[in-house]
Design a protein around this ligand. Structure first.
Ligand SMILES: Nc1ncnc2c1ncn2[C@@H]1O[C@H](COP(=O)(O)OP(=O)(O)OP(=O)(O)O)[C@@H](O)[C@H]1O
Ligand SMILES: [Mg+2]
Length: 294
């Protein structure tokens, strides 16, 4: 097993493969297991997922990365949304991927967050990728396996919406430490977030917890907390799904403005700080360790 390869619970209990070999993709009956470059060491790999689109997964992924970076952690984001990448824009990362001696290197944001995204390969930000599922999934595999990520405390994987090819590939082939589910209050009325959670459970991917995004607005004139989609159901939904509730984030115009302007690293909020504190604790709980080293 390579240095950064983590045991997969399914792998341990797997039936012997047809060829009888232990490990090695060529003899496995199941999906391939991805491993990173030998001199890359990722301590915590977390995928950010939602049942449906537009709930703020990418914004939340970036906010979590920014908050972790502020606490001094080495952080990377793998933008697994190949056809709708949005991470480079939000963090103001542009330019192309540099190929060093060790291989291709992720781009780096102004505060030091490492980023890999399809948009860093395309000639123009608005070039379109028209690929079928298997090709898209293989691009995600290459981003994970072939990049020289180096030493990372956290790699956050921003998934495309839903439960299709890419989430499936990421859950089956990347050794995940956990999944964070993002939802918005109106989505909670349905069962969509539960579908995402059920997928994670079926594939033995541990769930870190649920973040409710765009839960409320603070009135800019009177400071009153307004709940435009009605009262929050985040905690209740998490309880029903028997997963941890990591907290609520407000609908805040400055988030979308900073994303559009490539300056999300400037956003500061006590709510994000509270959520990230919970995330760090829960990741450690899920991994069964007391504290995650920085
Ligand atoms: N809490 C928030 N307050 C204000 N705007 C937000 C917030 N969260 C996300 N947004 C904005 O909402 C839009 C959708 O967010 P985002 O792209 O992160 O969603 P997504 O779930 O990643 O979408 P997709 O499913 O298409 O990947 C973006 O313009 C983003 O800047
Ligand atoms: Mg997104």
């Amino acid at each position: 097993m390579k240095k950064n390869e983590k045991a997969n619970p399914k792998e341990e209990s797997a039936e012997p493969t047809a060829c009888g070999a232990q490990g090695g993709n060529e003899c496995q009956t199941g999906p391939p297991r991805f491993s990173t470059q030998p001199d890359t060491n990722i301590k915590n790999t977390i995928a950010v997922m939602s049942g449906k689109g537009g709930v703020g997964k990418s914004a939340v992924t970036m906010l979590l990365a920014v908050a972790l970076r502020r606490r001094g952690f080495e952080v990377g984001i793998l933008d697994a949304d190949i056809t709708g990448p949005s991470i480079p824009r939000g963090l103001g990362v542009n330019g192309r991927i540099f190929v060093g001696e060790a291989g291709p290197l992720p781009a780096v944001s102004s505060t030091g967050i490492k980023v890999m995204s399809m948009n860093l390969i395309l000639d123009r930000e608005d070039d379109v990728v028209i690929w079928r599922g298997p090709l898209i999934s293989s691009a995600v595999g290459q981003f994970y396996q072939e990049l020289w990520w180096g030493e990372l405390d956290y790699l956050l994987i921003d998934l495309p919406p839903g439960t299709a090819d890419v989430p499936l590939t990421v859950m089956q082939s990347i050794p995940l430490d956990g999944i964070i589910l993002v939802t918005s209050p109106q989505e909670l009325a349905g069962m969509v977030v539960a579908k995402a959670m059920n997928m994670a459970a079926r594939l033995d991917a541990p769930t870190i917890g649920l973040i409710e995004n765009m839960a409320y607005v603070i009135c800019p004139s009177c400071g009153e907390k307004v709940e435009p989609f009605g009262p929050s159901h985040g905690e209740e939904a998490a309880r029903k799904m028997r997963i941890a509730f990591l907290g609520s984030l407000p609908l805040d115009r400055s988030i979308s403005e900073l994303v559009d302007g490539g300056k999300l690293e400037e956003y500061e909020s006590s709510e994000v700080e509270a959520v990230i504190g919970e995330v760090i604790k829960r990741v450690a709980d899920v991994k069964g360790i007391k504290e995650v080293s920085s």
